[in-house]
Ligand binder design. Structure first.
Ligand code: F6R
Length: 369
């Protein structure tokens, strides 16, 4: 059932072109119009939404942060992301014009379920992004947008994460379409870019040999840091979480701009630091800022391991190692830049002889609060 792979996690990493393609399938027409009638939520109600709160835990919450950036960009609706287990305990402000979007692979995470119940009691509209048909969270939500990643067996989430991000993009584009926030031509362009993602993920999977070698050479590391900015920030957090979970290596993700506010004190000779670099074709200041963050840590002795876009020559001067992902618009980059970090963690954990599918102390779905 592992399809010739050494673990379910490896299989699921390799399933990702399909997970994204299946999640996109049948949700737009040839004219580039989103057709999410399956949501069965009155479009008039969605037009009145003036605030969105994304609720999730762990990896799904990182997908939520990507969702926030995309939704705010396309819909201009203020969007917050909150860990579901923090949400209920702070008397959050929500009403019938608040849309709560929960994200859960299993649909059974108790923390997320309790937060959704609470939001509904307060009168908010609730949409669930979920990978498991008929599970509890979608049943208790007003509407559901399923991710079609297929069953995820490995405890550490991979393909479900990419599918969650994909579904969140679709939801964001749908809301923008309903509310007339962006031109239909622009929606069509983003959909076309999304449809190119599966082949680009395949390119990454096919070119990971040197990355796997790097991972094996790092089996004795005690600590690895991850930096990112904008949508690269949740990707950095996800890269660190994967490494903690399955390789039991201390790992931290930081927003690159936070470095000088404290974490840079951690950098000394030989400290490995992954840096997720935004496209140089996007907002230029964003790219330049991250490149200067690479320089800053490098100047203090860090080993700089860079994930950048194909054609980005600027990073080369400061990087010990560069993994290039194919060109894609900045907002969609997490669907690509996450993949090398997953591969890195899985390869390193396997090199240490760990069971990558069943990490210690963790369960696939967390059904207690
Ligand atoms: C990490 C991981 C967890 C889950 C979290 C939420 O690899 O899998 O952080 O993302 O427990 O689970 P779901 O998405 O089932 O609600």
């Amino acid at each position: 059932e592992k399809g010739g792979f050494s673990s379910f996690m490896e299989k699921e990493i390799n399933d990702q072109p399909d997970a994204v393609a299946q999640t996109l399938l049948g949700r737009s027409d040839l004219d580039g119009k989103l057709t999410l009638d399956e949501l069965r939520i009155d479009p008039e109600l969605l037009k009145q939404v003036n605030k969105i709160i994304v609720l999730a835990c762990g990896t799904a919450a990182y997908a939520g942060t990507v969702a926030k950036y995309a939704i705010e960009n396309w819909c201009r609706i203020p969007t917050e992301v909150e860990l579901a287990h923090e949400f209920r305990y702070r008397d959050p402000i929500l009403d019938e014009n608040t849309l709560v979007v929960s994200i859960s692979q299993s649909g059974e995470t108790m923390d997320t379920l309790m937060a959704v119940r609470y939001a509904r009691e307060q009168g908010a509209k609730t949409i669930s992004i979920c990978n498991t048909n008929g599970s509890t969270i979608p049943r208790e939500s007003d509407a559901v947008l399923y991710t079609h990643a297929g069953p995820e067996i490995a405890v550490a989430s991979t393909k479900a994460f990419l599918a969650q991000i994909t579904a969140a993009y679709l939801l964001g584009l749908y809301l923008a379409q309903l509310r007339g926030n962006i031109f239909s031509g622009q929606i069509k362009d983003v959909l076309a870019d999304l449809n190119k993602i599966p082949a680009k993920i395949q390119t990454i999977l096919d070119s990971a040999g040197p990355l796997r070698e790097l991972a094996r050479s790092m089996a004795n590391e005690k600590s690895v840091l991850f930096l990112g900015r904008h949508v690269g920030y949740p990707v950095a957090l996800e890269g660190a979480l994967k490494l903690k979970e399955i390789a039991y290596i201390h790992a931290e993700g930081f927003a690159a701009g936070e470095l000088k506010h404290g974490p840079i004190a951690l950098i000394d000779d030989g400290q490995p630091v992954f840096v997720v670099v935004p496209s140089p074709r996007g907002r230029d200041s964003l790219h330049a800022k991250v490149v200067s963050n690479i320089q800053e840590v490098r100047a203090r002795g860090a080993r700089t391991l860079v994930i950048a876009e194909e054609g980005d020559e600027a990073v080369k001067a400061y990087a010990e190692y560069v993994f290039y992902v194919p060109e894609t618009p900045t907002l969609l980059m997490p669907l690509l830049t996450t993949v090398p970090l997953q591969i890195f963690a899985a390869e390193l954990a396997a090199a240490k002889g760990y069971d990558v599918d069943q990490p210690r102390n963790l369960a696939k779905s967390v059904t207690v609060e």
